[in-house]
Design a protein around this ligand. Sequence first.
Ligand code: AMP
Ligand code: MG
Length: 415
Amino acid sequence: MACCDVKGLMPLDEALKHMQSAVGNVCGSLMISLSDALGYGLAVDILSPMNVPSFNNSAMDGYALKQADLLNCDSNNPVTLQMIGKSFAGLSYTGDLPTGCCIRIMTGAILPNGADTVVMQERAQINGQAISFTEQPQKSDNVRFAGENIKTGQLVLKKGHKLTARDLPLIASLGIIEILVYRQLKVAVISSGNELKSLGETLSEGEIYDSNRYCIMALLSRLNVEVIDFGIIKDERRLILDAINSADQQADVVITSGGVSVGEADFIKEVLTNLGEIIFWKLAIKPGKPFAFGKLPNSVFFGLPGNPVSALVTLYQLAVPAMIKMSGVNKPDTLRLNAKSADLLKKNPGRTDFQRGNYYVDLQGQLIVESIGAQGSGIFSSMSRSNCFIVLEQNRGNIEKGEMVVIEPYSYLIN
Ligand code: AMP
Ligand code: MG
């Protein structure tokens, strides 16, 4: 046991490793139209079927010419060339360019045969068909060469890459209409608790609205998975058993929130043990200690704690990396930065803390993080008032004001 391990609680790193080795890609592939492909993971490498651009063309509106015609040209020795034609994007000049002549050319138009350079129109004096120049250009100025962006056969995007808005135009530029991607992971979401009511219902004494489902489903929609909403299930053994059984038959992943503590009405763990296998259910993290990870006959199970902050932290830090792997998608790097703490942060050694904070860069260029104050796992407003997790390592105690800490800015999943 390492210095600050707490008996019965699995350290975060170990839990993450267990989860990564316990799950694999479960998603088969399908062809979809490029216009529907945002957020999907590529099931194949994309190799370019063509050169991009596919022809030499102009990067400017100006004049296509032979650079040799403007050798030693300057304001004392201007050179005048005869404009003999025009080349537009999509409507090119078809002839050759003879010495002593130039072609009026627009951005994206094919560079005429015999031309090697484009001079932008602002650098030319126009007198009818006589175009004068007072500067010697570099050879190839303002020319975009065939294949300079992408060459035929080049690996453009790798299998497992999750498609972003930046990738779709790249694929479109290759003329590819349909691509092979991994299908969406199917994720069943269950809220458990006798005290929970759905929005639109009236609360009786002691009841609360089921808010966790909104957080879980919102994050899952950003993850591009198919959500199967099981609503609220009462704390009754039979109902929980039926719901988890049915979820297991329909989904690749079953996510519950609530009912994994050790209270008397917390049946999830018991049901899970009967139906499948619990791999671990107590973690050395704060918030989120009662997080359960297990396997059901057909699916993987994540039992999130009921407290809203704990549910979000465990979903984000633990379940998401496992679901990404199950989707066949390469895990994006997590952005972690070193920041100076503007506050005293209370912490007991023994668990990794995910406190909530706000980071900014001060006038000296130093990255600073301020705590949002109360860190209770039920205070969900702390999530809306913060922009990062302050990740405090398991073995650390209180953090003094001015000490360096690691922060993790919230990613697109929850921003
Ligand atoms: P549990 O994990 O069931 O012991 O619940 C811990 C705390 O989280 C209790 O205060 C619950 O009322 C609350 N809680 C459980 N599920 C939800 C939910 N879906 N939305 C909001 N709060 C919840
Ligand atoms: Mg409960």
